[in-house]
Design a protein around this ligand. Structure first.
Ligand code: MG
Length: 391
C-alpha cells in the first residue's frame, strides 16, 4: 500500500485518478487539493478520508471547513497549503500534480524537496521551469512519471532503446476540431465550436489549446525537458484518429509507437502503477481491424499558428516559454468569455512575445514576474481588441 497526494483532485485528471485507485486499490489517499470546487471536494473527502485537504481559494476553504466540521481532516488554503499537501509523507508518497496553470510549479518543487515520487499532469511545471526541475537533486534518484498521453507514450517507447540510440521523438497530434479549416473560416468560430474535441473529453482550457495547437507546442517543450531531447529532434505529426499517442524513431530506422484507445485512464493508470501493467480500465478492448486505417499528415503551421509560435519561444528558453504560456492563458480566458475571436489568441501571444524581454533560464521569482508582465500586457491588448464574431 502506497500513500498518494492528488493535487487538483476535482479536475478531469484528478477525478479519473481517484476513480482508478478506487477500482484497483493499492493507495491510501493522504492529501487532496482543489481550487474552489467545494461540493465535489466535500464528497471526495467523505469518501477517501485524507488527512489534509487544501482549497487554494481561501473562501472556498472556509466554506469547506464548515461543511466538514464533523470530519477529522485538516483543511488548509493557498500556496502554503498546496505545498504541504504535495510533500506529505515524503518518499512514501506518490504525488500526482494535476493542477492546471503555473500554480502547479511550486508544489511540484515542494514534492521534490520532500523526496516524493511524482506523476505529472501539470504542463507549466516543465514549460516554465524545466531548467529548475531538471537541475534539482531529486533527479539523481527519481524520474517524473508523465501523465499526458503523448509523454506517457514516449516514456513507454523509450524503454525499447538507449538514450544515445534515439534519432527523433515523433509527437502526435489529433489536429483538433479545426483541422483543415482556412483563416476565413476560423474568424467565425466560437468557444462552443472549439470545445467540441473530436476524440478526447478534457477540461475547457486544454480543449481550446488543442484547437489552436498551442497544446502541442507546450507538449514539445515538456518532452524536451522530460526526456532531455533537443527541440529540433522532436517532430509533430498529425494523426487525426488519436490512436497513436506518440512514437520514438531510433537511429537504426525503427519507429516504436504506442497505440491505445484515446482515453486518459490508460496513461493515468500506467503512471500510478508503473512498472506493473494492470488490466485495462476500459470495458472494451480495441480492435485494430475495426479501426481500419490510421492517417498521418503534417501540421498546418500557417493557419493554426500555435506550434510555430511555441517553437520560436522554445528556442529562446524557459523565460519566453513562460511568456508564451501566460499570454495563451489570458487569451484563452478572454476567448471563452467571448471578448476576443479565435485568431485573437495568436495575436495576443505574438504581441507579448515581441514586446517582453525574457531570461533564458529565469529564477522562480523571475518566472512569476514574467507572468505578471504578460498579464498586464495581454489584458491591455485584449481590451483594445474587438471580437470579430461579436460584431
Ligand atoms: Mg496531450
Amino acid at each position: 500500500m502506497r500513500d498518494i497526494a492528488i493535487l487538483g483532485s476535482t479536475g478531469s485528471i484528478g477525478t479519473q485518478t481517484l476513480e482508478i485507485i478506487e477500482k484497483r486499490g493499492g493507495f491510501r489517499v493522504r492529501a487532496l487539493t482543489a481550487s474552489n470546487s467545494v461540493d465535489l471536494m466535500e464528497q471526495q473527502v467523505r469518501k477517501f478520508k485524507p488527512e489534509i485537504c487544501c482549497m487554494y481559494n481561501e473562501d472556498a476553504a472556509k466554506e469547506l471547513k464548515l461543511r466538514l466540521s464533523d470530519v477529522d481532516v485538516k483543511v488548509t488554503s493557498g500556496m502554503t497549503g498546496l505545498c504541504e499537501a504535495a510533500a506529505i509523507g515524503g518518499s512514501e508518497t506518490l504525488t500526482v500534480t494535476a493542477i492546471v496553470g503555473m500554480i502547479g510549479i511550486e508544489p511540484t518543487l515542494a514534492a521534490m524537496d520532500a523526496g516524493c515520487d511524482i506523476a505529472l499532469a501539470n504542463k507549466e511545471t516543465m514549460v516554465c521551469a524545466g531548467h529548475l526541475i531538471t537541475s534539482h537533486e531529486w533527479n539523481r534518484s527519481h524520474f517524473i512519471r508523465p501523465i499526458d498521453s503523448e509523454h506517457c507514450a514516449i516514456w513507454q517507447c523509450l524503454e525499447c532503446g538507449k538514450k544515445e540510440e534515439i534519432a527523433n521523438i515523433l509527437l502526435t497530434a489529433s489536429g483538433g476540431p479545426f483541422r483543415g479549416m482556412t483563416v476565413e473560416q476560423l474568424k467565425k468560430v466560437t468557444a462552443s465550436d472549439a470545445l467540441c474535441h473530436p476524440n478526447w473529453a478534457m477540461g475547457k482550457k486544454i480543449t481550446i489549446d488543442s484547437a489552436t495547437m498551442v497544446n502541442k507546442a507546450l507538449e514539445v517543450m515538456e518532452a524536451h525537458w522530460l526526456f532531455d531531447v533537443p527541440v529540433d529532434n522532436i517532430e509533430v505529426v498529425v494523426q487525426p484518429e488519436s490512436m497513436i499517442h506518440s512514437a520514438v524513431e531510433y537511429r537504426d530506422g525503427s519507429i516504436v509507437a504506442q497505440i491505445a484507445p484515446p482515453d486518459m485512464r490508460i496513461p493515468i493508470q500506467h503512471a500510478l502503477y508503473y512498472p506493473q501493467r494492470l488490466e485495462s480500465p476500459l470495458k472494451q478492448r480495441m480492435s485494430l481491424a475495426d479501426i481500419g486505417a490510421i492517417h498521418f499528415e503534417k501540421p498546418d503551421n500557417k493557419v493554426l499558428r500555435g506550434l510555430p509560435l511555441g517553437l520560436s519561444a522554445a528556442s529562446d528558453g524557459c523565460g519566453m516559454c513562460t511568456v508564451f504560456n501566460a499570454a495563451n492563458e489570458f487569451a484563452v480566458a478572454a476567448f471563452l468569455e467571448g471578448k476576443i475571436g479565435f485568431l485573437g489568441i495568436y495575436d495576443i501571444i505574438e504581441e507579448c512575445m515581441r514586446t517582453i524581454k525574457a531570461e533564458k533560464e529565469p529564477s522562480l521569482e523571475q518566472i512569476f514576474e514574467l507572468k505578471e508582465n504578460t498579464r498586464e500586457l495581454s489584458l491591455k491588448f485584449i481590451s483594445s481588441m474587438k471580437n470579430p464574431s461579436a460584431c
